[in-house]
Structure formats: C-alpha cells, structure tokens
Design a protein around this ligand. Structure first.
Ligand code: MG
Length: 383
C-alpha cells in the first residue's frame, strides 16, 4: 500500500523538496492533494507530473488559469482558502503542512481532526496555537512529526529514550549578520538579509533567521513538541549547520544528529517515520567538515531571541502575539518600510501592550493574533 500524501503549500521551498522526495520513491508514495497560494504555473506543472486527486489554488483569481491548465487531466481543481482547510480535513497517511505563517493553524487542526499524521513544517501554527494543537493531537492520538531540521534532529535523537530527556540544545547558523556590528544592523537591506549562508529557504523564514526570531519560534516549538521547560532549552550558534541539534539525557549523555544542511532529509524522515529510506543525498564527510564550532548567541544584537523566551514563559496568548507582530514587521522590512532593527522593537512594543490570556481557546488565539497584527501595523506607521 502506497502512502497517500497531501502537501499544503506545494509550490514553496519545502513543498517542492517534498515532491522531489516523493519522486525518488514512487513505490512508497502517491500524492492525494496539492495546494498553492497563488503560484498557478508551478501548481499546474506539479499536478501534471504527480496526478493528485485534488489541487487547490487559494487565491480565487487564479482559479480559471489552473482549471484551464489541468483540463482533461482528471485532476479536480478547487479555489479559496476554505478549500485548503477542507482538503486538509481528508484523512491521508501524511498531511505535510508547509504553509507560511499563522495561516497554517486551521488546516493543521483540520488534519488532526481527520486523524492524519501531520508532517509539520509550519512552526508559526504551533507557536501561535500550540496548546490547542498539541492537546488535540494527544486527544486524537495523532502524531505531529517535525519537519524543521532542528526538531527533526531532536525527534530522531529521542527515539530510544524519550522519557529520559533533560535538556535540548538547539543549534542556529547565526544567519548572515552573525558578525555584523550592532551599529551597522540598522542599515542592512532586505537583499542582504535574504542571503542565508547555509540554507536556501523562503523569504519570511530567511529574514527570521537573520533576526534570530526563527530560533525564537523554534524554542517555543521545541517546548511544545517535547514538553521541556524553557530553562532547559539552550541555543547554540553553530555557523556550519552540520549539527542540527542535540539532546541531553538525565544521565548526562548527549546525542546529536548531523548532516549536510539539506531539508530533503528531515522532510523524508517525517514522511517515512518510523522507517528510514535511502536518499540520493551526498553523504556527510566529517574530514571535509574538519571542525565544528559553537558560540553563544548575542541577544543584545538580536533581541528577538530573548523576546521569544519571554513570550514562551509568559505563555497563553503571548506566543501568538510575538509571532503575529513579527509576521507584520517582516513584511514591512521586506518592502523597505522598516529597518532591520525595527523588527524586534515592533515585537517588543506590541508584547508590552498585551495582557496575557491564560489557557486560550482557538477563538481567543485568533482574536489576539488579529489584535497583534493591527497593533504592529500601528506601531510601524507611527515610527
Ligand atoms: Mg529550523
């Protein structure tokens, strides 16, 4: 029996690499559904190649183009974000959620409700709605399989003794401005921030990597996925991105997962877990790597990381506010409307105006997500 897979966000970086993984293992996987936001051309090409039962284009104005492009193929074409959520609610063997931002919340919940194991590449949905998502996954007995390279590393290290986990060491490349002096950070431009030294990713996550907000989101993600207190989650800057993260067990033993920085490996593991399949990736050569270097993160130059710990420890609705303010600030930075250093200050400003609601339900989370977006817009406009 082939595994049926739905990919939400199939035209993005993770989605395209997931289809590469699937193309390498035609005996293992079949594609049931693909969704894209607005990239109709790539969606049409993917659907012709992988012949899913359904495709969804979220932006309605692209519907006719996709419909015409797939005429006669037997692929059913749907449009609109509600159709993305509906498709996510179809039970399959893996639902890969690789949407960007808090837009992933409702589809992820629909997938868990349907009982589909979730391959989660959308950290924002977990950060914003973590308590709701994790509680539902436990109630339904549906696994959340991390695609994020760090969390995949931790998940892999934990396989033998999950109960003996004491601390997590999340590694971070440090991004393109790891050695940039503080006074120059205010002048860096989007095109500089989009040049990530090790990973080739979408624009939003690349900016998040440059501000270390990505690592901050990952700290909260790790807390939720592995139920480790924040004081036991440490961040290590590791410029080579060879060690993808480490776990420390109660007996003091430390395990790490290593590999060249290539997302196809964690994507494949989330699709094949608990099995492992061959890949065509270049094997790791530690003699070529030579040395592994580590340093402490500089939270003075990159306050976004410290703010994530504060948001996580505050709990309740605060991680959703942290995430939403960041999403808005990043969009303004990408349009040259906000300096790079304005990103963490917008997050800090919005967080300082929020009174935490503990144990929020989904409705409250979405309400404060919207509130934080509006506050972040106001903060940017007032600068
Ligand atoms: Mg990551």
């Amino acid at each position: 029996m082939k595994k049926q897979v739905i990919i939400l966000g199939s035209t993005g970086s993770i989605g395209r690499q997931a289809l590469e993984v699937i193309a390498n293992h035609p005996e293992e996987f079949t594609v049931y559904g693909l969704t894209a936001n607005r990239n109709s051309q790539i969606l049409i090409e993917q659907a012709k190649k992988f012949k899913p039962k359904y495709v969804v284009i979220a932006q309605d104005e692209e519907y006719l183009k996709v419909k015409a492009g797939l005429a006669g193929t037997g692929v059913e074409v749907l449009a609109g974000f509600q159709s993305v959520i509906d498709l996510a609610g179809q039970p399959v063997d893996r639902l890969l959620v690789s949407l960007v931002g808090a837009a992933g919340i409702k589809p992820t919940i629909a997938g868990i409700e349907a009982g589909s194991p979730i391959a989660l590449a959308n950290k924002e949905s977990l950060v914003a709605a973590g308590s709701v998502v994790m509680e539902l996954s436990r109630k339904k007995g549906v696994p959340i399989l991390p695609v994020d390279s760090e969390h995949s590393a931790i998940f892999q290290c934990l396989q033998a003794s999950p109960k003996a986990l004491k601390s997590i060491w999340l590694t971070a490349s440090g991004g393109p401005f790891r050695t940039t002096p503080k006074e120059e950070l205010g002048k860096v431009r989007p095109e500089d921030a989009l040049k990530h030294p090790n990973w080739d990713m979408g624009a939003k996550i690349t900016i998040d990597s440059a501000t270390l907000v990505n690592k901050g989101l990952e700290v909260i993600e790790a807390h939720l996925l592995f139920q480790v207190p924040y004081d036991h989650i440490k961040v290590l800057v590791h410029p080579g991105s060879i060690v993808h993260s480490l776990v420390e067990f109660t007996d003091g033993s430390v395990l790490a997962q290593l590999g060249w920085p290539d997302m196809r490996l964690p994507i494949q593991y989330a699709l094949t877990y608990p099995e492992r399949l061959q890949t065509h990736l270049e094997p790791l050569d530690l003699l070529e790597v030579g040395r592994l270097e580590f340093e402490a993160p500089d939270t003075e130059r990159f306050p976004g990381l410290k703010l994530a710990f504060e948001a996580g420890k505050a709990g309740g609705t605060m991680p959703a506010v942290y995430n939403a303010a960041n999403e808005v600030a990043v969009q303004h930075f990408l349009r040259n409307e906000l300096p790079f250093t304005g990103i963490p200050s917008v997050i800090a400003d919005v967080m300082s105006r929020h009174s935490v609601v503990s144990n929020p339900d989904l409705e409250e989370i979405l309400r404060y997500d919207a509130w934080a977006r509006a506050e972040a817009e106001r903060t940017v406009a007032a600068r």
